[in-house]
Design a binder for this molecule. Structure first.
Ligand SMILES: [Fe+2]
Ligand SMILES: [Fe+2]
Length: 370
């Protein structure tokens, strides 16, 4: 097979069609964008193995693997004339520009919104795969490396499942949200392993938990709901690992180092808030400006609930690991997200909860594990 690698300086800005639908048949060109990383890795010659939560999480990770090819019911179809998301969840439904659309355009907008959301899941999972694979080298302890290796496999399967889903349902991808890309670039190219760790395990994984939960609640597609439930289960383990590891590591740092990391977490939260804003689809369908789309989205109660879910997954964890310092707290307050600090954190999520059987009657139509 002739493989042609096409190096591009930044991510595509247009829709990208997948191979087995419409375009790119027999196309063996691969689009790649490089990043550089001054990765500092460590050998661990003592292979120290302690009976702790990280070891238990690693055991759970091995046991609860699911297989996107075998454990997801890909025969579930979705009628092309149905909406993926109910109209009352569309922040633009009261806008005259929306009301003027024909029914088929409204449906098309709904389908493109699904494509945008699923594409961001896919790109985010690729980022998680790349960062967790770096952590396999640069996490400082043997146990954290083993866990990171299981996480990298989880993330690989997440990439696979969302790619397959997009292929089945829509056949094209939206480009990565620029804010998500900024955060991924920062984590991948920083030499400090713990910044990667904080950004990935607390911020991006916290976002993933909120995003999958919100999709489970809002989508009309049972296939997407099933995939999100399986994936979210893995992400919950990843966040718990991050919290458990960092709460022991952060106190070892100097005050200055802690403040630097707290500042990074704050910046990452700001960027993640922007990741939720999808202006691309409304601008395309409604002909409104990006600023207007943004304004409507920021005011919308559904997006507001999502933001709340997002930061209620992140802020208590930052507090637990010691990154809500006295110095940084006013800045979190300015962002309007300090109010979540006393909600339950993920550090003590019961292992019993994470240990529940992977397949149950609500998850699959079949009563027995496939
Ligand atoms: Fe993931
Ligand atoms: Fe993850």
């Amino acid at each position: 097979m002739n493989i042609e690698l096409i190096k591009i300086p930044e991510p595509p800005t247009d829709l990208l069609y997948l191979d087995n639908r419409r375009l790119r048949k027999n196309d063996e060109k691969y689009l790649i964008e490089s990043f550089e990383t001054p990765l500092i890795g460590y050998y661990n010659w003592d292979y120290r193995d302690t009976e702790n939560r990280i070891k238990k999480l690693y055991e759970l990770g091995k046991r609860l693997n699911w297989n996107a090819m075998l454990d997801v019911d890909w025969s579930i179809e979705f009628p092309e004339d149905q909406r993926y998301t109910n109209i009352d969840l569309n922040p633009f439904s009261e806008l005259p520009e929306y009301k003027q659309l024909t029914d088929s355009k409204k449906l098309e907008m709904d389908h493109e919104t699904l494509a945008w959301n699923a594409s961001q899941f896919l790109h985010g999972e690729q980022g998680a795969l790349l960062v967790s694979s770096q952590l396999v080298s640069c996490a400082p302890t043997h146990q954290a490396k083993l866990y990171a290796s299981s996480q990298a496999f989880d993330e690989g399967r997440h990439v696979e499942v969302f790619h397959k889903y997009i292929n089945k349902r829509v056949g094209y991808m939206y480009p990565i949200n620029p804010y998500l890309k900024i955060l991924l670039d920062k984590m991948l190219s920083d030499s400090r392993w713990d910044l990667k760790f904080i950004g990935m395990q607390l911020i991006v994984e916290g976002l993933a938990l909120a995003a999958f939960e919100s999709m489970i609640q809002s989508t009309n597609d049972p296939l997407l709901r099933e995939i999100c439930k399986l994936t979210k289960r893995d992400e919950a383990r990843h966040v718990t690992f991050g919290v458990n590891f960092l709460e022991e590591y952060i106190p070892l740092l100097s005050e200055e180092e802690v403040e630097e990391r707290a500042e990074f977490a704050l910046e990452a939260c700001k960027v993640m808030r922007e990741r939720l804003i999808n202006t691309a689809v409304p601008v395309k369908f409604l002909g409104i400006t990006e600023d207007k789309a943004r304004e409507i989205l920021l005011d919308d109660h559904v997006i507001g609930d999502f933001r709340k879910l997002l930061f209620s997954n992140i802020v208590p964890n930052l507090k637990r690991v010691g990154l809500l310092t006295e110095k940084i707290r006013p800045k979190f307050n300015e962002l309007g997200i300090l109010e979540y600090e006393d909600l339950p954190d993920s550090g003590l999520v019961s292992l019993e909860e994470l240990n529940k059987p992977l397949f149950d009657k609500t998850l699959n139509k079949n009563e027995e594990p496939r």
